[in-house]
Every structure is written in C-alpha cells, then in structure tokens.
Design a protein around this ligand. Structure first.
Ligand code: ZN
Length: 315
C-alpha cells in the first residue's frame, strides 16, 4: 500500500457488536434497546451487521430475543443482516426471521470446538452441511472459522487445520468466509500465512478478517490484512466483547477505531465517524461500564473543538 496516496478503495465493515459483544454480557439488555442500537448503527452508515444469533436460548439467554429484536429494527431494508446459526434448528429460526445471511462456525482446533460446541470438528462440519442444505438459495452462506490463528488450549493452529474447515465451506457453496481470531492470538505472520494459503486453494473466495484486541494488536493485524488485499473486516461498536478464557481481556477490535484507521489510511467506509462514536457512547451507557473504544473518547483527529467546550483539553 502507498499510504501517501489515498486509494479511496471501499472497505466493508461488518458490525458484530450486538452478537459477539452482547453475547458475553450477563445482564439482559432490553430487546427494544438492542434494536435501537442496530438502527443507530445503520443510520451511521453501517450496511453489514451480524446482528444476533439463533443459538439455544438456554446456552445464550442474552440473545434469546433474536427474532423479536430483528422484527423491531426499522432500517432493516437498508442493511444486509446476518445471524449466527449453530445447527438446522437455528437455520430454520433465522430464515423464519428473514435474515439475509446465515453464519456457520466451526473451530480449527479440535479442543476448542469440543469446549465451545461440545462436538468434534467432523461432527460440526456435518451440522454445517445440514444448515447449508436448508439455507442455500434462501440466504447468503458465510462460513466462520473460530480459532483460525491460535487456540487457548492447543496453542498455534496449523494452516492445514483451518484449511480443512475452509475446504468444506467452499465445497458446500459458501460465498463468504470469516477467519475468526476468537481469543486474540493472531499475529502478522499467522495472518499472512493463512490468507496466502486460502488465496492459493480458493482464489476468488472473499475473505473477511475478524480480530479480537485481546493482546492489543488487533488493528496492527488489520494493517497486515490491508497489505494482503483483504477489504472486509468485522468489528464491535465501542470494542464490546470479552474472552471467556482471559478474564478482563478486551473484546473485538472496535468499530469506530477501525473506521478512523481506514479513513485516515485513504480507504472509504461509507460510515459517518462522529455518528458512529455517538452510538458507541450510547452503548457504553447501556452496558454501564467503561468500554475499550478510544475514538469515542478522544474524538477524530480533526474534530473541531470549541474554546469554551468541555472537550477542549491541553497537555
Ligand atoms: Zn469474535
């Protein structure tokens, strides 16, 4: 990339905060507030959202209201709405709620898959085939690989382990692929190796990168992805989310920080950063504790400060 000369290439941002972020919140967030946040995100220019998941309500009570929540979203027609589904039952429910895209997920790590989905990788891939058969032609199919760049139990994940899951998605006709850095273990070399392997094996299959900022290098990994030609990134408003294996760890990379980085690097996102930062502050108020996002606190670099305004700081 030649950052001295803005390319104005479009980068697609997929907001996952109301799914990946909210799912780890213990206190139930009222359904109407979830829908209001989705609407505010769309109003700020976000056009792709993984808005919720159709997993077992017992497993994730926070998202038991998936159907009702989507029904309350007023700006739905302006956006491409995806939902995570773990099995055939989830796929039926998601299609019943009229989602545009269903997202399947399988871990590249056998141990993590067992801990997270209580299934072998082969067992999960069989469930993916059922979901694909139900949803094909009715919604877009996205395959997500969890722990694509590392596993808290197994450590480094071999490229071949991720490719085994990816090859299945490709064979089943999935048209979108997400590489999930579930516990924030991705590094510039591991990102580069896996992206190159996918380009060789499945040229033309669009890759989306999903980084967590658990160890503080989420946006550095985005820069590596940009250099590799990747133009799709998932992120959470205000940096929502956590990691069940690392208490206190930060969640997904933060959407408004990502927009700031991309726009300042000469890419176009279609997102209004000030409006997005306002949504982030609203989310922080709803959650009731400080969240990781930086730009929502500092403002954009070229924000216009008023001399008498509280936002003006020296030092
Ligand atoms: Zn995630």
């Amino acid at each position: 990339m030649d950052y001295a000369n803005p390319s104005h290439e479009r980068v697609t941002i997929i907001e996952v905060g109301t799914r990946d972020g909210f799912q780890s919140e213990k206190t139930f967030i009222p359904t109407a507030i979830k829908a209001e946040i989705v609407d505010a995100l769309i109003a700020a220019g976000i056009r792709d959202l993984e808005a919720t998941s159709f997993v077992s309500p017992r497993a994730v009570p926070q998202l038991a209201d998936a159907h009702e929540m989507l029904a309350l979203v007023k700006r739905r027609a302006q956006a491409h709405i995806a939902a995570l589904v773990p099995n055939a039952r989830g796929a039926e429910r998601a299609l019943g709620a009229g989602v545009d895209e269903v997202v399947c997920f399988v871990s590249a790590s056998e141990t993590h898959n067992k801990a997270n989905l209580n299934n072998t990788v082969d067992g999960s891939l069989a469930a993916v085939r059922e979901v694909a058969d139900i949803a094909r032609g009715k919604a877009e199919l996205r395959g997500a690989v969890a722990c694509a760049f590392g596993c808290p139990f197994e450590g480094d994940v071999p490229v071949a382990a991720a490719m085994r899951v990816i090859d299945t998605y490709a064979a089943l006709g999935f048209t979108q692929l997400t590489l999930g850095d579930t516990t924030g273990m991705a590094t510039p070399p591991t990102v580069t190796r896996l992206v190159r392997a996918i380009e060789r094996a499945h040229p033309g299959l669009p890759v989306t990168l999903h980084f967590h900022n658990t160890r503080g290098i989420g946006l550095a990994n985005v820069m590596v992805g940009l250099d590799l030609g990747i133009r799709r990134y998932e992120a959470s408003i205000a940096g929502l989310g956590g990691c069940p294996f690392a208490p206190g760890a930060t969640g997904n990379i933060c959407t408004e920080d990502l927009v700031y980085l991309l726009e300042e690097s000469g890419f176009d996102t279609g997102v209004d950063l000030e409006a997005l930062a306002a949504v982030a502050r609203r989310v922080e108020a709803v959650i009731g504790r400080p969240l990781a996002g930086q730009v929502m606190k500092a403002g954009p670099r070229l924000r216009k400060y008023s001399l008498d305004g509280a936002a003006c700081a020296v030092g």
